[in-house]
Design a protein around this ligand. Structure first.
Ligand SMILES: NC(=O)C1=CN([C@@H]2O[C@H](COP(=O)(O)OP(=O)(O)OC[C@H]3O[C@@H](n4cnc5c(N)ncnc54)[C@H](OP(=O)(O)O)[C@@H]3O)[C@@H](O)[C@H]2O)C=CC1
Ligand SMILES: CC(C)(CO)C(=O)C(=O)O
Length: 309
């Protein structure tokens, strides 16, 4: 399959190298010039905790330099970069490729629908992880999975092809019965792990070792549950808590600093407004206060301000 990874940062590169190694024709698309140049000259370097670095020859390009058409475009920008990336892709979307988003946060589908017909959009979540170590270099640990679904399943016969392509690359993809529920489930996980790990400056395993992690977890997810109930979205706080606890293991994501922590460390804007902030804002609209999520979002913004972001 001819695949473009639009937003080839930490996650885009991890997915891109796995898909290319599995035999797909992959192009990494990104605006970070040094990153694109490094990949095209010396390859993509992947550091793991299982042996020497692996360097893979890959093709990378800036969005404005891409003229090819693709069967599948996987969007892995940050939530706030997605609209701009899709605008920059322009004619690359004219052959109506399948567009898959696995980015964190709530609201990404609405962004994509401004650029792509609903019956070509697949959305979902992933608990794979990755860190961008530098231009052309990612560091990866653990394993992960993907849960996805077409936005209009009845008008999307290609889902088996997408699933087979992802699973042939070892990405552990499965169909989500309710994609909005899957997105809220992941947003709940991120609104606990990403936000607290960023505020406490710890990795996921260190958060899980806190004696009061469950109290902190429940404070966020109880509000998620109330807002989701009011918005008639399927949400199960206990299931999210179980998924969070499963990340504490070093074999999954225990050693990982969540992407929000990485953004803060790199003095880059975070996605908190698509996570805790989104639920607090929706709760206010629905008359369901979510003061803890609202305050956590403000704490992250305060930390961003202190870092000049
Ligand atoms: N990292 C993780 O472990 C996980 C992340 N996610 C989600 O996946 C999505 C993508 O996240 P992730 O891959 O971590 O994002 P990254 O920050 O690694 O990359 C996203 C984009 O940010 C820009 N960028 C990043 N670093 C720099 C830099 N130093 N200089 C210039 N530009 C830079 C690049 O786009 P540009 O050049 O156009 O700015 C890049 O494509 C997000 O929604 C995230 O929440 C989901 C699961 C796990
Ligand atoms: C689940 C986790 C923490 C790692 O996949 C993530 O989504 C992130 O780092 O943003």
């Amino acid at each position: 399959m001819k695949i473009a990874i639009a937003g080839a940062g930490a996650m885009g590169c991890r997915f891109g190298v796995k898909l290319q190694t599995a035999g797909n024709d992959v192009t990494l698309i990104d605006n970070w010039a040094d990153h694109v140049a490094t990949i095209n000259t010396t390859g993509l370097t992947v550091t793991t905790d299982e042996g020497p670095d692996q360097v893979t020859t890959m093709t990378a390009a800036a969005p404005q330099d891409v003229t090819d058409h693709f069967d599948l475009i996987i969007l892995f920008t940050k939530a706030m970069q997605m609209d701009h990336m899709l605008t920059e892709l322009g004619d690359v979307l004219s052959n109506q490729p399948v567009v898959l988003t696995l980015a964190n946060g709530i609201g990404n589908i609405e962004t994509i629908e401004k650029h792509v017909p609903k019956n070509r959009i697949v959305a979902g979540t992933t608990i794979w992880s990755s860190s961008l170590t530098g231009p052309g270099h990612i560091t990866v640990t653990g394993t992960g999975s993907i849960s996805l679904q077409a936005i209009v399943p009845a008008e999307f016969p290609d889902l088996p092809d997408v699933l087979n392509t992802l699973n042939h690359a070892g990405l552990n993809a499965s169909v989500a019965e309710d994609v909005l529920a899957a997105i809220w489930k992941k947003a709940g996980l991120n609104s606990v792990l990403n936000t607290y790990c960023t505020l406490f400056d710890c990795n996921i395993g260190e958060f899980g070792a806190l004696p009061n992690w469950r109290t902190l977890n429940d404070a966020v997810l109880d509000e998620f549950q109330a807002v989701a109930d009011a918005a008639k979205i399927n949400f199960d706080a206990q299931a999210v808590t179980n998924l969070i606890a499963a990340q504490f293991d070093p074999m999954t994501n225990g050693g990982h600093y969540p992407s929000m922590h990485q953004d803060m460390a790199k003095h880059r804007p975070t996605e908190v407004d698509f996570l805790n902030g989104y639920v607090a804002k929706l709760g206010a609209q629905l008359g369901v206060p979510a003061p803890i999520n609202a305050n956590l979002a403000q704490q992250i913004h305060a930390k961003e301000s202190l870092r000049g972001i």
